[in-house]
Design a protein around this ligand. Structure first.
Ligand code: SF4
Length: 455
């Protein structure tokens, strides 16, 4: 199924769609209010984009510098060219410590590598400790949003889920009760964990340290209690110097949730005494994306989720309809780069309104890249014969004003007298959710000429 078919499933529950739409728009409005309070916000975005462009142009040098400084700090650095290598490295570290219990804070990279099922198949318990992540983990679902993983779930649904899995009492979706029960449940998991896995928001080449941003403090809790810390990062997470954190931390929190700063921006430089720290630097298709001139800027992404919150398609189709680790507008650029055949419908899941590009804190030209992908996909993939023929005819008609005028005249006649089912029928997906405007007797051109003639 492509995006449209999956979106149709989400769209069956209209009340939920409306609520999902409103909830995300609320986050978008919070982002606007918070961004507008910063003098020079646009300058900050420019700066963020320029730093990222510099990083991508010198990625090899920054990565080596980061590795060398991290090693000086006593950190074990590993390189993985793909998801399989990444997962195998994590497993090897766990085996070396005979670790059976892992706590993990939110990391889209480990989602991308499908680390959880890989480890679970090998008898290791992996507990996602971000509350939203834990909810979707209990529901056996992937996250539907990169910042708000369980945004598609109502509090009543979470109530039932917790009753089933955590043995809680029915609370009619009382958030305070549910959060306090989740806290108790997770505290036990933190205390028993052998290893803590985190993602990396920003890795500083100059120091070999890195920063993990959470609102729940779950990364810190995991790392401080477990004996071993494994941090997994994509190669694009590098920033040159510590001072650049001032740019990105301000951009990230405001764009993600409208907060002035994430509650915990935790800096990790080296392991505590008698503990161990590992960093796994992962490529998994990023170098290839870097080589695609039209799409390399997608690697600027700092995973704030703002493009999802603002996207009219995402808000009304839900994250799962993208069937990709990163959904929404930026996911629709990244995913076809990983598997064009599977994700060929995603660049078309956009109105190309440009709202995503307008809110992106690192100024990625998202809607332009989506349009580019459409051109690539149409060239490289076989298109349905009907669609191809219609577009061919449209090309001829639109190229000649006389043809266009004749086609308009005919359409006005046909649409007036043709039976409605010609447009509104099961075979015509276009007519399913659209109404044609009222058909006028004359076109704009004729009306304009008449108007001028009559003074
Ligand atoms: S593309 Fe931009 S707006 Fe979207 S998640 Fe990435 S940084 Fe945020």
């Amino acid at each position: 199924m492509g995006h449209a078919e999956k979106a149709e499933i989400f769209n069956k529950d209209e009340a939920k769609v409306n609520w999902h739409d409103k909830a995300l728009w609320y986050v978008r409005e919070k982002r606007d209010a918070s961004a507008h309070k910063v003098q020079g916000w646009e300058y900050l975005r420019e700066l963020g984009s320029a730093i990222k462009a510099n990083v991508l142009s010198n990625l090899d040098a920054y990565l080596i510098q980061f590795e060398s400084n991290a090693k000086k700090n006593g950190v074990n650095v590993h390189w993985a060219s793909n998801a399989e290598e990444h997962n195998a490295i994590v497993h090897k570290i766990l085996e070396a410590h005979q670790a059976k219990k892992v706590v993990k804070s939110k990391s889209m990279l480990t989602e991308e590598c499908h680390l959880n099922p890989y480890l679970e198949d090998r008898g290791i318990e992996v507990i996602d400790t971000d509350l939203g992540e834990r909810i979707v983990q209990l529901a056996k679902e992937p996250p539907s949003h990169i910042v708000l993983p369980a945004i598609h779930k109502t509090k009543e649904e979470v109530d039932i889920l917790f009753q089933e899995h955590l043995g809680t009492k029915p609370s009619n979706g009382n958030p305070e009760y549910l959060v306090s029960e989740a806290r108790k449940h997770l505290r036990d998991k933190f205390l028993k964990a052998d290893v803590a896995i985190t993602g990396v928001n920003f890795a500083v080449a100059d120091t070999g340290g890195f920063v993990v941003c959470t609102n729940e403090g779950n990364a810190d809790m995991g790392v401080h209690l477990a004996k071993v810390h494994i941090a997994c990062m994509g190669i694009e997470k590098i920033i040159p110097k510590e001072k650049h954190l001032g740019v990105f931390l301000r951009l990230l929190a405001r764009s993600a949730t409208g907060q002035p700063i994430t509650t915990y921006s935790s800096h990790f430089n080296k392991a505590e005494e008698s503990k161990e720290m590992h960093i796994i630097i992962v490529d998994n298709g990023r170098t290839e994306q870097l080589s695609r001139e039209d799409f390399r800027a997608s690697l600027h992404c700092i995973r704030c989720g703002a493009c999802m919150n603002t996207c009219p398609i995402y808000r009304r189709s839900g994250g799962h309809s993208y069937d990709a680790t990163i959904p929404g507008p930026i996911g629709s650029i990244l995913s076809p780069g990983m598997d064009m055949k599977k994700h060929s419908s995603l660049p078309f899941a956009s109105t190309l309104c440009g709202s995503c590009s307008n809110v992106c804190p690192v100024k990625i030209n998202i809607h332009e890249q989506l349009y580019k992908w459409r051109q690539v996909i149409v060239k490289e993939q076989k298109q349905p014969v009907v669609k191809k023929s219609i577009l061919k005819v449209a090309g001829v008609v639109l190229a000649k004003p006389s043809f266009y005028g004749f086609a308009g005249k005919s359409a006005r006649f046909v649409l007036k007298y043709a039976p409605k089912f010609m447009i509104y029928n099961k075979l015509n997906a276009w007519g399913k959710a659209r109404d044609l405007p009222e058909v006028k007797n004359e076109n704009f051109d004729a009306w304009y000429k008449k108007r001028n003639k009559n003074g």
